[in-house]
Write a protein that binds this ligand. Structure first.
Ligand code: UD1
Length: 341
């Protein structure tokens, strides 16, 4: 079976994708620098799939290291590239770190893929490229808006770098997947999200509050023009999201793509407000969540949810898991992590 490189394969979305790839019989090699992940994640992957992927600890900023990796693994057929920095606030403080980590490393990998007889490349992009879209749900044709942060900009630039490269390298085929808001954990509770420090994202903040690590959740604004006044997002179960990567990869490997560079939105198509997420959590956990309404967070958009038609029709992929199932798995994962602390 084809050998696939997964960069950042020990991270949140990466690890769930490695599980789905192995379940489909792919041979997986992971590169991860462990800057925001742990080698223990390999045990979780092994527990679920019965197979341990090959793991190479490597910082992708090490150009010679990347070259040496591809010299050794010149039979790689595809790359799913998750490795990147993702803290929006940090990216404002340290823009060069973000451009180096997210763009520099992308260039090194593409340079190596150019040398291969053929290569499939899947890129982790984000719905953040749309900013506050003028029309909802958001289709892939919605215009890319001025990025709010260097992090967001690295996703936009990353897409451009890949698109330009695909134009001149006919042996390279790529898909950029624009994720909406990934949440939840694998149902086995062997792998999940492991945020370092105070979580910036809603769901880990909710579960950490419920377990007693945080005092209360601050809901950022209830005066938005939405039904309950809180912001709306499209929360997608990480397992559904992981499966989409395997489908997108298969599309490229089997030459089913319509162009050498394509983009797909990955979401459920359903928007949920912050308070709806809180309610879902309270329902599945049976716990009351301590929260208070505070002022708006700078840079937050009001509402974003995906038009899923292109992914549904062309990838033949659809989300199966619900918000409640995602919140239930996130809560079970939080309890397991803290029990082991
Ligand atoms: C954030 C990033 C975005 C990134 C995405 C995925 C910002 C401004 N945006 O998006 O660039 O692509 O994560 O990682 O950081 N909320 C609260 N209280 C909290 C945390 C969040 O009320 O403690 C609300 C937010 O206002 C928002 C929703 O929950 O309405 C989701 O927030 P979050 O999980 O941070 O995701 P995004 O804002 O969509």
């Amino acid at each position: 079976m084809d050998k696939i490189l997964v960069t950042g394969g020990l991270g949140f979305i990466g690890s769930h994708t490695v599980v789905e790839l192995q379940n489909e019989g792919y041979e997986v090699v992971i590169i991860d620098d462990l800057s925001n992940s742990s080698e223990k994640v390999l045990d979780g992957i092994t527990a679920i799939t019965g197979k341990t992927p090959i793991f190479e600890k490597l910082d992708l900023k090490n150009k010679e290291g990347v070259e040496a990796f591809f010299a050794k693994h010149n039979d790689v057929k595809g790359v799913i590239h998750f490795a990147a920095s993702k803290a929006v606030g940090e990216s404002v403080q340290e823009p060069l770190l973000y451009y180096e980590n997210n763009i520099g490393t992308l260039v090194y990998i593409l340079k190596e893929l150019k040398k291969l007889p053929s290569a499939a490349f899947i890129f982790s992009s984000s719905c953040t490229v749309y900013g506050q879209a003028d029309e909802l749900p958001i289709t892939e044709n919605a215009p890319v808006k001025q990025a709010e942060s260097p992090y967001g900009n690295t996703k936009q630039i990353g897409e451009e770098v890949i698109k330009d490269t695909c134009k001149v390298v006919p042996t390279l085929k790529a898909i950029a997947l624009r994720y909406f808001n990934p949440i939840g954990a694998h149902e086995s509770v062997e792998i999940g999200e492991l945020p370092i420090g105070v979580p910036q994202n809603l769901v880990p903040f909710i579960t950490q509050t419920a377990i007693g690590l945080r005092q209360e959740l601050s809901v950022f604004g209830d005066d938005y023009p939405t039904p309950d006044g809180t912001c709306i997002r499209d929360y997608i179960h990480v397992v559904d999201l992981a499966k989409a990567h395997v489908v997108a990869l298969g599309r490229l490997l089997r030459n089913k793509n319509k162009a050498n560079y394509e983009t797909f939105n990955l979401g459920t198509g359903k928007g949920s407000s912050v308070l709806e997420v809180v309610k879902s959590f309270e329902k599945v956990s049976g716990k009351k969540l301590n929260y208070k309404i505070v002022g708006r967070r700078e840079g937050d958009i009001i509402s974003a949810y995906a038009d899923t038609n292109k992914a549904n029709d062309e990838l033949g992929w659809k989300t199966k898991l619900t918000l409640d199932e995602a919140m239930d798995s996130a809560w079970k994962w939080e309890q397991k992590v803290r029990a082991n602390d």
